[in-house]
Design a protein around this ligand. Structure first.
Ligand SMILES: [Zn+2]
Ligand SMILES: [Zn+2]
Length: 191
C-alpha cells in the first residue's frame, strides 16, 4: 500500500495494484470531504484493517444517496436481503460485466453492463450508481458505474421482499433519503 498520493497524480498509466487516490467524485457530497466513518456503524474508516465500499446514487448531477460501508456492515446488509436475490445479483454481475476501462484521471466512466457513459446519463438527467472499493484514502479496484437502465433491469430480478428490506435499511441508516428520490422507492444501487 503506497500512501504517497503525489506518486500517482499526473501519471497516465494503468491501474496500480497498490491502489490510487480516491477521486473527488467518491468524496462525501454532504460533508464536502472524504468519508471518515462507516455510515452504518460509525467506525472510523482510517482504523479499518479491511476494505470498505463507497456507493453513490445520482440523478443527473445530483447526489441522492451516498454511503461508505465497512465490510462487516456490508455482510450484514447482504444477510438482510433474500439469498435468492443475492445469488441473482452475483450471477448477473459475473455473466454480464463488460469490465469497462474506467479512467478516474479523465473522469470517464462507462456502465459496467452496457458501456453507456456517465456523461450521457448526466445529460439525460438519468439515475445511476457508482461504487469504489477502498482502503484508507485509496481505491483498490477500478471504480464501478451502473446506468439507470441496467440498475432497473437488475432490480426487476430482485424479490419484492428484498427490495422492501433494502428500503427499510435505507430508512434506518440514511433517514435523509426521500423515497421519491429514486426511480422506485425500493431501488437497490446493485453494486
Ligand atoms: Zn460499519
Ligand atoms: Zn447500463
Amino acid at each position: 500500500m503506497n500512501d504517497d498520493d503525489s506518486l500517482y497524480s499526473d501519471r497516465d498509466e494503468e491501474f496500480e495494484p497498490g491502489g490510487q487516490p480516491l477521486p473527488d467524485v467518491f468524496h462525501s457530497f454532504y460533508e464536502e470531504r472524504p468519508f471518515r466513518c462507516c455510515t452504518s456503524c460509525g467506525e472510523a474508516l482510517s482504523d479499518l484493517e479491511e476494505t470498505y465500499q463507497i456507493t453513490k446514487t445520482y440523478h443527473g448531477s445530483e447526489v441522492i444517496l451516498e454511503y461508505a460501508m465497512c465490510f462487516p456492515c456490508q455482510q450484514n446488509m447482504l444477510k438482510e436481503l433474500s439469498r435468492e436475490s443475492v445469488e441473482k445479483l452475483t450471477s448477473f454481475q459475473l455473466e454480464r460485466s463488460l469490465e469497462p476501462d474506467n479512467d478516474v484521471s479523465l473522469d470517464l466512466y462507462q456502465c459496467e453492463f452496457c458501456l453507456r457513459s456517465r456523461t450521457e446519463a448526466i445529460e439525460n438527467q438519468q439515475h445511476f450508481s457508482m461504487a469504489a472499493l477502498c482502503f484508507g484514502l485509496q481505491m483498490v479496484e477500478r471504480p464501478l458505474f451502473v446506468c439507470e437502465e441496467c440498475m432497473l433491469e437488475i432490480n426487476e430480478k430482485m424479490s419484492e421482499q428484498t427490495r422492501r428490506r433494502w428500503r427499510d435499511f435505507v430508512d434506518t441508516h440514511f433517514p435523509g433519503v426521500p423515497a421519491d428520490a429514486l426511480p422506485d422507492p425500493t431501488t437497490i444501487p446493485v453494486l
